[in-house]
Design a protein around this ligand. Structure first.
Ligand SMILES: Cc1cc2nc3c(=O)[nH]c(=O)nc-3n(C[C@H](O)[C@H](O)[C@H](O)COP(=O)(O)OP(=O)(O)OC[C@H]3O[C@@H](n4cnc5c(N)ncnc54)[C@H](O)[C@@H]3O)c2cc1C
Length: 393
């Protein structure tokens, strides 16, 4: 029997059995050495940051969990006035870095305040919220490649960052050692204006809460405070006193469909038109969860169901609200299956929460139920956002 702690103790959903072993690295050198040792032993491995975007099965993990606890922030020289360049070690808590950057008068991450987890995981799903995404400011990462054990620099372009996606999430194996960011340094502006203004507000709910128009610029500290308030109202900041924050954040991503599919929904369904480059995230009508239209097409060729409609050249793509789809399929906040300790958050339909003592299987059962209700009602398969380890939907 493993003496490692259950992963329930290291994940925000508080589920997951024990790994065979757990190793923790506190310096970059250690992290590289530990990972190379684990890879040489050919056991299975998993990198773990803050555990806020994983669903680990009740049987735990048959292999080594490599826990990242490396710290350090290095300010890099810049040629361009008004910019700040910084390299942050993978184990720095994301929100502590956002607080630090706001305090320094660096703008660009203020709307990403309050997201749990560590810096190294931020590029994995290109974290985003309230109109900002990591990709807007990511320059490069230092990456320890599991293929050859070498450290290399990967630029943001090489990471193919998309909506909650990257090559790291879709299969490139290795460890993000550090993250290099480019932010706006508002210090000179502050000397003139008396305050550090953030990026133009790009999210309607945030603009309303701040009492400004979309596109207006607001002091970065106000943006941070308001985002934290908005997030707390939805159980989206980790808070030991808020049972609705025992979650992995949004459990499903917003599905991207073709305009033809979107037209089948009631006019009241929220929708956002997208640029064509996100085409590979399309979830065709009635499809199984698929990584690309080609995968979906191939999956349907081998099934009895009708093939999805191909995407016509130039056809617009539309992002739908997963929360709206879930609510309209009859699932309300606070909903739980009979006898289950997993529930929909009482503050936000998109979060699945552990009400205390839930198993990973109970969380998965609820997720399957939500997915099947939405599919039955709208013919759209919503796709989970967290990474699944030793458990499937
Ligand atoms: C209450 C709450 C609110 C949230 N709100 C948001 C939100 O607004 N926007 C958003 O985008 N996300 C949100 N999330 C999800 C989550 O916080 C982010 O995805 C975060 O970046 C995960 O960081 P982590 O360190 O906890 O990653 P983990 O959960 O530890 O790991 C997630 C994945 O990344 C991999 N990974 C972790 N570290 C590394 C590394 N150094 N190198 C390579 N791979 C690594 C893991 O193997 C795993 O596959 C929320 C989660 C919670 C609980």
């Amino acid at each position: 029997m493993s003496s490692a702690p259950p992963l329930a103790e290291l994940t925000t959903l508080r589920v997951g059995g024990r790994p065979e072993r757990l190793v923790t690295a506190t310096t970059q050198r250690d992290l590289v050495d530990l990972a190379r040792d684990v890879w040489a032993s050919e056991e299975q491995w998993l990198v773990l940051g803050g555990g806020s975007n994983v669903l680990v099965g009740d049987d735990g993990f048959e292999g080594a969990v490599i826990r990242v606890a490396t710290r350090g922030i290095e300010v890099l020289p810049v040629d361009e006035p008004g910019r700040a360049r910084v390299r942050v070690q993978a184990g720095e808590p994301w929100d502590e870095f956002v607080a630090y950057s706001v305090q320094r008068g660096w703008s660009g991450l203020e709307a990403l305040s309050g997201i749990p987890g560590l810096m190294g995981a931020a590029p994995v799903q290109n974290i985003g919220a309230y109109g900002q995404e990591l990709s807007d400011h990511l320059v490069a990462i230092e990456f320890l490649d599991a293929d050859d054990g070498e450290v290399r620099r990967m630029t943001a372009a090489e990471l193919e960052l998309g909506y909650r996606s990257s090559v790291l999430k879709s299969g490139l194996e290795g460890i993000v050692l550090s993250v290099e960011l480019d932010l706006a340094d508002t210090t000179a502006e502050r000397a003139v204006l008396g305050e550090s203004l953030g990026e133009p507000i790009a999210y309607a709910q945030l603009a309303t809460a701040l009492g400004v128009q979309l596109g207006d610029r607001v002091p970065i500290a106000d943006v941070r405070r308001t985002v934290l308030e908005l997030r707390a109202g939805k159980g989206m900041v980790l808070d030991p006193d808020d049972p609705d924050s025992v979650s992995a954040g949004s459990f499903f991503t917003n599905p991207v469909v073709t305009e033809r599919v979107a037209r089948t929904l009631p006019a009241s369904a929220p929708r956002w038109y997208l640029a064509p480059e996100v085409a590979d995230e399309i979830v065709p009508l009635g499809s199984v969860a698929a990584e690309s239209p080609l995968d979906a097409f191939l999956a349907f060729q081998s099934s009895d169901e009708p093939a999805p409609q191909p995407v016509a050249p130039g056809e617009e793509l539309v992002k739908l609200s997963a929360a709206w789809l879930i609510e309209q399929s009859g699932i309300r906040r606070g909903f739980a299956l009979p006898g289950s300790r997993a529930a929909i958050s009482s503050k936000h339909t998109l979060a699945l929460v552990n009400r205390g003592g839930a198993s990973a299987e109970e969380i998965a059962q609820l997720a399957r139920f939500v997915q099947s209700r939405v599919n039955a009602e709208f013919g759209i398969t919503i796709v989970p956002e967290p990474v699944f380890v030793g458990i499937e939907l």
